[in-house]
Every structure is written in C-alpha cells, then in structure tokens.
Design a protein around this ligand. Structure first.
Ligand code: ZN
Ligand code: ZN
Ligand code: ZN
Length: 476
C-alpha cells in the first residue's frame, strides 16, 4: 500500500490519495480481499477458490457444496472453508451467498482477533453500513438474512448481538464488489475489499478496478498467485491527488448516473462530469431535429424488447429488432446517441452469434466510433468493445481492420487490465495470430484466403485453441 495514503475527504468521508506520481497502467495497489463467496446459482459452475469457470470441477467430499479446480485450489482455500464446511454439514443445505459471506467475514474477524493485517488501512467492521438509508424491502430481507445467519454461524461460545450482525450485512450490501470469471464475462460471486472501499467515486475516474483471478495452475508453486483486485491508473496522477474509480458505467446520462448512485450507494454525485453535464449532449445527440422525439420513443421501447428477447436467448428476434431500430434511427440520431449505441452493441453480438459476421463487424465498428468519442481513452469497457470489433472483423475475413482493432484493444487492456490478466493474455495470442495472417494477406491475398479456410477446418490442438479464443470472446 506504499502508493496510497488515507485522508479525510470532507463530505465524502475517507478517501485515498497518491503518495507519488503515477502513470497510465501503473498498478496502484492490489488486494486479495477480506472474504468472498460464489453466488448460489454459480456454486457448482466455478471454483470457490479462484472463481474460474471450469468444465470439470472437483467437489468437496465433506459438505458436497464447494467445488474446486483441483487439489491445489482446494488446499489454498481450506483455511477459509474449514469452518464453513462444518457449518454447511450441520444445517444440510447451504444458506444464500449474503449469509455465507457474512459468516466468512465473522470467522475472519475472529481469526485475525479484530486486527487487520499491516496492509489493511481500515478494520472491516469500521466501514459504513448505510442501514439508515435502506428501504422497507431491503430491511425486511436483511432481517431474514440475520435470522439465517444465527442458524448457520457458530464459533464456540462467542455470540454477537443482532445489531452487530445487521451492521455486517449493511456493510456487505453497500460495499460488496461483484466478482467475475477469468474472462470478465459473467458475475459469479461477491467479495469484500476493505481498502478498495476507501476509494471514492468519480464518473470520470483516474483509476479502474479489475479482478485478477490469479494463477494456481503453474507447476512451480512459487509462481502461484492469489485471486485479487487490482487498482490501476488510467492516466497520469500527481502526488497528493485523490484516487477515484467509477461505481457506474459512464455511458448513461448524468441524471441517470446520479439516480443510480443515489439508489445503490446513497450519495449525490458532485463530480465535474455530473455538475457540468459533460458529454450529455453527445449522448442524446441527433442528426436532425424533426423526427427526434418519435424515433427516441421508438428506440426506447425497442431497446426493452431487444433486452427481453436477449434474456430468452432468442438471437433471431434480437437481430430483427435491432435492424428495424437502426433503420429508423438512420439520419435521425447521431452516432454518439446512447440508444443508437445500445442497439449497435446488441446487434453486433446477436449477428456474430448467428454467424452473419460482415454485418456484425460493420455494427461493431460503428459502436466503437461512438464509444471512442464518449469514453475515457483507457476505459476498460472501451477496450473490450474494441476487442469485440476486432474479433468480428477477423471472423468476417477483414484481416487488416481486424488486426488494427486487436492492436488498439491490446494497448488499452495493457493499461486497464495489466499484462498478466487472462483477457490481456488472450488478446496477446490473438494479436500474434492476426499479425501472421496479415503478413500472409499482404504477400498473397488468394493464398491467404485458402490458408484461412484450412485453419478453420484444421483440428490440431494449437489451432483449435486459437479459434476457440475467437469464439469465446465473440459471445460476450
Ligand atoms: Zn481454482
Ligand atoms: Zn466442504
Ligand atoms: Zn458524477
């Protein structure tokens, strides 16, 4: 934690500031997390230690609830799982993720005898619980969880008041960070990272937070690394400057971002981008004014329909609705309009899925053009969108554009995710592959296309891996 220092940020409470100058891509700090659990629906699908999605998982023979990649992950997790394992066996069915997380927090508090490690800037139970801000429904849910907690948790004779346990649940609700699988495609669990909780929000932040699932698979155990979050600088940060992350996606109007922040995090955003409504005009921009109202209303309605069709996995319907909406928007809404960008994003995803790669590539390219005008140049969402566009172009056989996008995405992800992240490494293999293909293409176009057909047909292991990489990442 030598790059940061705790300070009093006025109305915002605690804050963290840089103790030295930082540059884009610098890792400000990493934090393994105080406690984390896998979501109920994901319990049998991801490893409870590293949160990686794996097809073959190994089940804990005792509680039959926890799953692991292998013995290495199981051993690494045993200290955390030991008491949980006994508790689950006692009550037969495991309680929900919130209750399991609260119990893990409490076991950890007891184990650490209340003191954090040197690297922890604040004790976990000193974080804000926001109980006073919770609505009736949330409070009811919390009460039920507290009840389940007491049935589940045991630690010798040590008992706690329900007020204290409610306080812990409040902390989890307000500060729990959703955790994704190794490719960042799906939220699979939730964890508590006390140092990260000290980093305040800004809609145009100078840092980003990513999850690194770590690596337990290296043969040499000295090379093993633990699951952790990394706070990474998005640009130059001067000594003494406050560090910020964004709790919401920037691609929302300032009023919508403010509402989200108020509802979920209980504060009024006073960041520069909200107070001055920076880029709101671009996000609502229209090319001509007459038909704007009608097309905006039509778009809003159709975006809901598209999302519903998407949730049902009906990609034909998603594609049909998207094309219909884009046609209406043409020449009416500007390229940075949020409704246009949402439809473009879903259109390229659905068309890739349906293997209509040329159209998918064209829509992805338009989406990237709009995103580039709105997002911070090193925003991780922008990097992932560019990667998607690169993959779509590769699939469409447009190797020059494809390679260009892959290189651009790679340079952003090197900053936002860092060189050791699984997605960055995937991109690195893709970049190597597209570079070779591009060289071949420039030498002899016909030969290139023949080779490509063969690569797609070829079933050797290394080729399959590369093609699977492209496949996996297209369905984000
Ligand atoms: Zn694992
Ligand atoms: Zn177990
Ligand atoms: Zn803001």
């Amino acid at each position: 934690m030598e790059n940061v220092q705790l300070f009093d940020a006025g109305d915002k409470g605690h804050g963290l500031r840089a103790t030295k100058e930082l540059s884009a891509g610098d890792m400000v700090f990493s934090e393994p997390g105080f406690a984390a659990v896998v979501y109920d629906s994901m319990a049998a699908k991801v490893c409870h230690n590293c949160f990686r999605r794996q097809s073959k998982l190994h089940r804990c023979a005792q509680c039959r609830f926890a799953y692991y990649c292998d013995r290495t992950c199981q051993t690494a997790c045993w200290e955390e799982h030991k008491l949980e394992c006994a508790a689950i066996r006692k009550i037969v069915t495991a309680p929900n993720a919130n209750v399991r997380l609260a119990a893990r927090v409490m076991w950890r508090i007891h184990k650490d005898t209340g003191l954090g490690t040197d690297n922890q800037l604040v004790a976990v139970d000193k974080l804000e619980d926001h109980l006073a801000d919770l609505g009736e429904e949330d409070l009811k849910q919390l009460k039920t969880n507290v009840g389940h907690f007491f049935e589940y948790w045991s630690y010798g004779s040590k008992q706690h008041s329900s007020d204290y346990i409610s306080h812990i649940f409040g902390i989890i609700k307000g500060n729990g960070l959703p955790l994704t699988d190794q490719r960042g495609l799906q939220k699979v669990g939730v964890g508590l990272f006390p140092n990260l909780c000290l980093v305040n929000h800004d809609c145009w932040p100078n840092c980003t937070v990513i999850l690194n699932n770590g690596n337990q698979s290296a043969l040499n155990s000295a090379l093993h690394s633990k699951r952790r979050i990394e706070l990474r600088a998005l640009g130059k940060i001067s000594e003494g400057q406050e560090l910020t992350v964004s709790y919401v996606d920037f691609l929302n109007l300032s009023t919508d971002r403010k509402k989200k922040l108020k509802d979920l995090h209980f504060f009024d955003c006073t960041c520069e981008h909200c107070t001055q409504q920076i880029k709101d005009d671009l996000m609502m921009a229209a090319a001509e004014t007459d038909k704007v109202k009608e097309v905006t209303a039509f778009s809003k309605e159709n975006v809901e329909k598209i999302e519903a069709a998407h949730a049902q996995g009906n990609f034909h319907e998603v594609a049909r609705l998207c094309c219909e909406t884009l046609e209406k928007q043409e020449n009416v809404l500007a390229d940075t309009n949020l409704y246009k960008l949402r439809v473009l994003s879903m259109a390229s995803e659905a068309l890739s899925y349906l293997r209509a790669y040329s159209e998918a590539a064209e829509y992805a390219r338009k989406m990237v053009e709009g995103y580039t005008k709105l997002y911070h140049p090193n925003n991780p969402q922008l990097g992932l969108a560019i990667m998607k566009a690169g993959v779509a172009h590769w699939h469409a056989g447009q190797i020059e554009q494809g390679h260009g996008f892959i290189c651009r995405a790679y340079s952003i992800l090197m900053i936002s995710h860092g060189p050791n992240h699984a997605i960055t490494r995937d991109l690195e293999s893709m970049r190597a592959q597209t570079e070779i293909e591009l060289k071949m293409f420039k030498q002899n176009e016909n030969k290139y296309h023949t080779m490509r057909q063969e690569v797609l047909k070829d079933n050797t292991h290394s080729n399959r891996n590369i093609i699977n990489l492209f496949k996996i990442n297209i369905n984000m």
